[in-house]
Design a binder for this molecule. Structure first.
Ligand code: ADP
Ligand code: ZN
Length: 731
């Protein structure tokens, strides 16, 4: 890459800020000049804001009014490839560039001068008298061999109050020093021995390593059932990347970022990687952002937004559980981290590894077509074997209407409890009951702001709208007919299932895992660890449990309603159901005990259910791919969702109709506009929502056409238009 351009003091430069202006503004280079890509502080109206020197100035503005950059920040400049990435990502997702820059600067205090922090280490002087507490401090310092602690860390580790440490500082026994806050991460050791890989695993690892040695972009789909050692394999790819002196990023769904995973990385490389997700402190965020930018962090594991960190030399990105829907950000900037990973890697010459037991259809098709390399691990590691899978035909079970655990399932659970093994009962629905019905008048309690029913959450003692999050106490009387004591829960949610399980299995320890029942990610992870160590007999869970946890004692999975995902008009319903069921089933029998997965279904002959039971993955993908090809839908065609929302119902419909009528730019590329139709949830947070859908051929220049099309309309003040390229969900 060429030497970055330098601008002398007073020269005009264009600065992109993260403010919602959507244009690059001219400024004068500051005293001392600045480089292309420099992070700077600029005046904007009465404020000082963060920006990046995006290029030369345009000079189309009165020069005497142009202000000067205030100062250049003490952080590594943005590389040209990062600029290019943000630009392309903005074009692809039809997002303003300023919003992309916001994503790329999500760390606090970037414009603060490098700050210092007080640290504590052993001083050598003897204290005047030794107490128990003081001895513990000295032991701790000795045990960690010269490492520095913060005051709180030292006190907590030694189990003493901070005043004990302060007392020792006065006597010179402990030294207090100032140290820069943002320290580099410890050096990782790629040559430390890893596990002994099996033949399959070693072959896959070697293929990845060879690919990384080329130093060129390429994507590999790494397939393998849960427990086949995909993680072991891609850690060897990380090792090769580190040996090449490049940085590695491992993306995981937030919930899979567990202490267990960190420990595995530490065991392999001798030290922990940088960790980037919503649970990380602000101080740590800033440290990671800066260190990634100046090469002081070799490996980052993180949730999707880690892709926007300012890597200086990114050589590998692993997207683990690549099919996971949480990679698609559904508010703010609508992007799919998996797709953006491929974009970023292709710009900076990095390898991408997409790992999954049940890949997305998109990735499966790309691998079949030879666009991606393909590596497959066929068996589970060690003695672990895939579970047996069977359907329970609910048409021949006799269950009262407020019971969901069939006799057959109950028998199997009892057998597991007797043997000290664990069972998982899975239902993909949070709360107690999806419907609260008045038995007197038939009224169903709905949300005041959305067209959605309120879901009873007994744990929270409230009715909750799963669309907007609004909640209210459970009423005593029907809000429609005022009848008292007639409101009844209808249908099962995870909490109600737990209640039933508690009754059916009174001597078993029943634990519920649902995202809304834990105040913090930490509490949830603690619960997961406890279960893994045998702290429960029966686990009642939502899709939360489908993701990457290892429960060695788990040998039975009962899927309460395997039909749930098959209803609805979602294009990806079958794919989602298939993935979810396979993942859930993959929870059973991960150690040496063989597992059993039972699917309660009213339609055992449904093709998706049959494919799941047969374990015929490629058969399922082929059939599904054929259907989509036939319909011309993704990945064989392109789609975009346009959601119009407004507090004024008439206004959104008028605009929607107008847009459907004046569809010239869309028709010009051979694409079609469908709608407007009320979005499946037609009202959210008091805003009416109308949806248009655009379908285009695979090669059509969709974004450009949408831009030209939207430019024709001037929506009212209350109306918002949001564009979702490659929509994943259809509301
Ligand atoms: P996946 O990522 O495909 O679910 P993992 O890499 O997590 O699989 O492997 C499952 C379990 O088997 C882990 O506990 C892992 O440490 C262990 N394992 C896999 N391969 C090996 C190996 N070659 N040697 C020792 N342990 C292994
Ligand atoms: Zn609502």
């Amino acid at each position: 890459m060429t030497q970055a351009e330098f601008y002398r003091q007073g020269e005009l430069v264009g600065v992109l800020t993260a403010q919602p202006l959507d244009r690059v503004l001219d400024y004068k280079a500051p005293e001392g000049g600045c480089f292309h890509g420099a992070f700077v502080e600029v005046p904007l109206g009465p404020r000082k804001v963060l920006g990046v020197v995006w290029g030369g100035g345009k000079g189309d503005y009165d020069r005497s009014k142009i202000r000067s950059i205030i100062r250049v920040l003490d952080v590594a400049p943005m590389r040209e490839e990062m600029q290019l990435f943000l630009q392309r990502a903005a074009e692809y997702t039809l997002t303003p560039l300023s919003a992309m820059l916001r994503l790329a600067t999500r760390a606090p205090g970037l414009s603060d001068p490098p700050s210092m922090q007080k640290v504590y280490r052993a001083g050598g002087a003897e204290p005047d008298r030794m107490t128990d507490a003081r001895a513990r401090v000295l032991d701790t310092l000795e045990e960690y061999g010269g490492l520095a602690f913060t005051l709180k860390e030292l006190a907590d580790t030694a189990g003493v109050s901070t005043s004990v440490v302060k007392g020792l500082v006065k006597q010179g026994t402990v030294l207090e020093e100032d140290r820069p806050r943002d320290l580099p991460f410890a050096q990782m050791q790629p040559d430390q021995a890893g596990k002994n890989l099996t033949g399959d695993q070693a072959a896959a690892a070697q293929a990845l390593q060879a690919a990384i040695q080329t130093g060129r972009y390429g994507t590999t789909l790494l397939r393998g059932v849960t427990g086949s050692g995909k993680t072991e394999v891609y850690l060897e790819a990380v090792a090769e990347c580190l040996r090449q002196g490049r940085q590695a990023l491992v993306l995981l769904p937030e919930i899979a970022l567990t202490a267990e995973f960190l420990t595995r990385v530490e065991a392999r490389f001798g030290t922990k990687p940088a960790e980037w997700h919503s649970g990380v402190t602000m101080t740590e965020r800033r440290r990671i952002w800066k260190m990634v930018g100046q090469g002081g962090a070799q490996m980052v594991i993180g949730a999707r937004s880690a892709l926007f960190l300012p890597f200086q030399n990114l050589g590998l990105v692993v997207v683990d559980e690549e099919h996971d829907t949480s990679y698609k950000q559904e508010d703010g900037v609508l992007y799919n981290a998996r797709d953006m990973t491929v974009l970023r890697a292709s710009i900076c010459g990095a390898r991408v590894v997409l790992a999954s037991a049940t890949p997305s259809l998109e990735s499966w098709v790309n691998a079949e077509a030879g666009k991606y390399d393909k590596l497959t691990l066929t068996s589970r590691y060690g003695d672990a074997v895939m579970p047996d899978m069977r359907a329970i035909d609910m048409r021949s079970e006799t269950l009262p209407s407020d019971r969901w655990i069939s006799d057959s399932l109950q028998r199997e659970v009892n057998a597991r409890v007797a043997k000290g093994e664990q069972s998982l009962l899975f239902i993909n629905r949070r709360g107690y009951a999806p419907i609260t019905l008045c038995r007197a008048c038939g009224h169903q309690i709905g949300c005041d702001h959305c067209d959605a029913r309120m879901v009873e959450h007994r744990f929270l003692k409230r009715l909750v709208c799963h669309q907007c999050g609004e909640s209210k106490p459970i009423p005593e009387t029907c809000p429609n007919c005022q009848a008292e004591g007639k409101l009844a829960p209808v249908g099962p949610g995870v909490e109600r299932l737990a209640e039933e399980a508690q009754e059916l299995f009174p001597d078993a320890r029943v634990v519920t895992l649902s995202s809304d029942m834990f105040g913090t990610a930490r509490a949830l992870k603690a619960q997961i660890r406890d279960i893994a160590e045998g702290g429960a007999d029966i686990i009642i869970g939502t899709q939360l449990v489908a993701k990457g946890h290892n429960f060695p004692l788990l040998t039975l999975v009962g899927v309460i309603d395997a039909d749930l995902g098959l209803q609805g008009s979602d294009l990806r319903a079958a794919e989602r159901t298939f993935q979810l069921m396979r993942q859930v089933a993959g929870r059973a029998g991960r150690s040496s005990r063989k597992g059993l997965a039972l699917l309660q279904t009213y339609q055992p002959e449904h093709p998706v259910i049959r494919a799941i039971l047969a374990g015929d993955e490629d058969g399922f993908w082929r059939a599904e791919a054929e259907e989509r090809r036939h319909a011309g839908v993704p990945p064989f065609g392109r789609m975009a969702g346009i959601i119009l929302s407004s507090t004024d119902l008439q206004e959104v419909f008028d605009l929607g109709n107008d847009m459907a009528r004046r569809d010239g730019p869309i028709r010009q590329i051979g694409a079609q506009v469908f709608g407007p139709a009320p979005a499946p949830i037609a009202r959210v947070r008091g805003r009416h929502r109308v949806r248009l859908l655009i379908k285009a051929d695979k090669g059509a220049p969709l974004q450009a056409a949408i831009t030209r099309w939207l430019a024709q309309f001037r929506p009212g003040n209350q109306t918002r238009i949001s564009v979702d390229i490659d929509p994943q969900t259809f509301y």
